[in-house]
Design a protein around this ligand. Structure first.
Ligand SMILES: C[S@@+](CC[C@H](N)C(=O)[O-])C[C@H]1O[C@@H](n2cnc3c(N)ncnc32)[C@H](O)[C@@H]1O
Length: 290
């Protein structure tokens, strides 16, 4: 941990591979936060990106290349996803009928939602990611609030680490899988979802974005795929049937109409979420319940 006078150059580098995608997400949130019509304000995104760029490992970060410049189909995707999840998590966590008192961000990366959203009293927020990502985020952010960081591998015995950190199984929980499942092998994505369902009482919400098969083929995601491959974080899991995929894990699910969601926020739908765009949609926002 450091105080705010210590230069960012002291931050440990993010681990190679998929961890660097977390920095790309922070960069998107930094760009959105600069817009006069921003959908949210992430006051720490710039600092996280600057520290990641200085620590090395991702030259594109220092160059300031945004996702939308690299992959036009993803223009506005992270901003809309962030706002959608901010609103849905708050609604679920703050809904007395749901009674959710825990929020778990699986593959939290450099998401600062735990610190920038107002949480109802008694809510516990857990941020789980690879140890190297947690170390980086904790170093740069310092101790901002009462959220609990959990260094763990989502393909391992993460439930044990989460429980050891204070998570109470069988307590109503909002689960968030934001930009995560696509990096796991299909069986790992399935196992992760089945395991979190077993930890929660019926009716606990699971909010996720799923990749659709178009991410594997040529077309609007070609450049994204090439960059992810080069970064050592290939897209491994997609499904043509997101509702059926959750149903098979024992969850009820529905697909979010992202075109309407974007319109509600006065935004053009990101092509990756819009079936009117050639070769799209590439991703689907999903809301499911245990
Ligand atoms: C695209 S980033 C998304 C981060 C964050 N949810 C967001 O939207 O800003 C993917 C994150 O998943 C994490 N991740 C991927 N595989 C993981 C694993 N096996 N265990 C723990 N974290 C993992 C990465 O470290 C990275 O932080």
């Amino acid at each position: 941990m450091h105080d705010d006078d210590r230069p960012d150059t002291g931050a440990p580098a993010l681990p190679p591979g998929v961890a660097l995608t977390a920095a790309a997400m922070a960069q998107e949130r930094a760009a959105e936060s600069r817009r006069p019509d921003r959908l949210f304000d992430d006051p720490w995104a710039d600092r996280l990106v600057a520290a990641a760029a200085k620590a090395g490992g991702a030259p594109w970060l220092a160059e300031g290349v945004t996702l939308g410049q690299l992959v036009p189909a993803l223009d506005g995707y992270v901003a809309l996803r962030t706002r959608w999840l901010d609103d849905r998590i708050r609604a679920e966590a703050g809904e007395p009928a749901a009674g959710a008192v825990q929020v778990v961000l699986l593959g939290a990366g450099l998401d600062t939602r735990a610190f920038r959203l107002p949480w109802p009293g008694g809510t516990s927020v857990f941020l789980l990611d690879q140890p190297g990502v947690v170390a980086f985020a904790r170093y740069v952010l310092g101790e901002l609030g009462s959220a609990t960081w959990v260094p763990a591998d989502l393909t391992g015995r993460w439930e044990r680490e989460l429980t050891a950190a204070g998570f109470r199984p069988a307590t109503p929980t909002v689960w968030v899988l934001e930009g995560v499942l696509m990096y796991l092998l299909p069986e790992q994505a399935a196992q992760l979802t089945e395991r979190l369902a077993r930890l929660s009482p019926p009716g606990s919400p699971v909010l996720a974005d799923l990749a659709l098969p178009g991410v594997h083929t040529g077309g609007p995601f070609s450049e994204g795929r090439r960059n992810l491959d080069d970064n050592g974080s290939p897209t491994r899991f997609s499904t043509a049937d997101p509702i059926g995929w959750f149903n098979r894990r024992g969850l009820h699910a529905h697909a979010v109409d992202a075109v309407k969601l974007a319109a509600r926020h006065g935004r053009t739908p990101p092509p990756a979420l819009d079936d009117r765009s050639p070769g799209c949609p590439l991703f689907q926002f999903m809301e499911a319940w245990t």
